[in-house]
Ligand binder design. Structure first.
Ligand SMILES: NC(=O)c1ccc[n+]([C@@H]2O[C@H](COP(=O)([O-])OP(=O)(O)OC[C@H]3O[C@@H](n4cnc5c(N)ncnc54)[C@H](O)[C@@H]3O)[C@@H](O)[C@H]2O)c1
Length: 253
């Protein structure tokens, strides 16, 4: 399948590490100019360097997705750098819970909802007018299999990812006639720092994580990047408002 993205511009949040970095690299490999964004400046600049090392074009714009003014400035910076925005991957997210629902704190709730829900909402709020003004575009938001069902000891995270799917579906329907598609990608356990932080203290948890996927392993960042590029591409032109599980069969059980 030819992706034919050349000359276009993609923005990736949470692009300093993990799934976001891999997706920024994948966009660049397809010839897109990439705006790499994150709160982690060193990691974000590292992603830009990796893209430039392979002959691609990218720039870093620091942005905390929980801050309206910073998200607005990110879109203005994207236009200043590359003149347009064709694709946005709203991927920045956190997971900090340590226990069951009744053990959670208000601070955890506000932090998780702030990045995972408000961040995605603010990004779409500022991206959609740009895309409408230029005649269309595509947005992919990072949800999770925790947005499709229960996630024990991650109840706030699960609520946040269900909310991402709600935002995605609503925006998709609102703008469906405007050549603007909005979808979500729902990874199961993927080999990133987020996964390693959660499991390094207990190797048994890593074994459990592999076993929960019928394919018998956790996922790779490149496997999520490939799904995001497909959802952005014209090949997915009839797909909007969809929450695509990329999960080694985990939600099929
Ligand atoms: N790794 C998994 O198993 C997994 C599974 C399902 C969904 N996800 C989701 O995938 C996305 C990426 O996760 P990852 O595994 O690559 O994690 P990661 O921790 O490697 O990357 C997340 C990135 O988001 C950035 N970030 C955090 N808060 C931010 C903020 N306020 N503003 C801007 N950037 C911010 C971090 O600096 C980091 O670079 C997240 O939304 C996560 O919830 C991950």
């Amino acid at each position: 399948m030819s992706m034919n993205f050349s000359g276009q511009v993609a923005l990736v949040t949470g692009a300093a590490n993990g799934i976001g970095r891999a997706t920024a690299l994948a966009f660049a490999a397809e010839g897109l100019k990439v705006v790499v964004s994150d709160v982690d400046t060193a990691g974000g600049e590292g992603t830009v360097q990796l893209i430039r090392d392979t002959g691609g074009e990218a720039c870093f714009i620091r942005c905390d997705v929980t801050r309206d003014a910073e998200v607005k400035a990110l879109m203005e910076g994207t236009l200043a750098a590359y003149g347009r925005l064709d694709y946005a991957f709203n991927n920045a997210g956190i997971e900090i819970e340590k226990g069951k629902l009744a053990e959670g704190s208000e601070a955890e709730f506000d932090a998780i909802m702030g990045v995972n829900v408000k961040g995605v909402w603010l990004c779409m709020k500022h991206q959609i007018p740009l895309m409408l003004a230029q005649g269309g575009g595509a947005i992919v938001n990072t949800a999770s299999v925790a947005g499709l069902g229960a996630a024990p000891k991650m109840s706030i995270y699960a609520a946040s990812k269900h909310a991402v799917i709600g935002l995605t579906k609503s925006a998709a329907v609102e703008y469906a006639k405007k050549k603007l598609r909005v979808n979500a990608v729902c990874p199961a356990v993927i080999d990133t720092d987020m996964f390693r932080r959660a499991h390094e203290a207990d190797p048994k948890k890593a074994e459990f994580a592999a076993a929960m996927h019928p394919v018998g392993r956790i996922g790779k960042v490149e496997e999520i990047a490939a799904a995001v590029l497909y959802l952005c591409n014209d090949a997915a032109g009839f797909t909007t408002g969809h929450a695509l599980a990329v999960d080694g069969g985990a939600t099929a059980i």
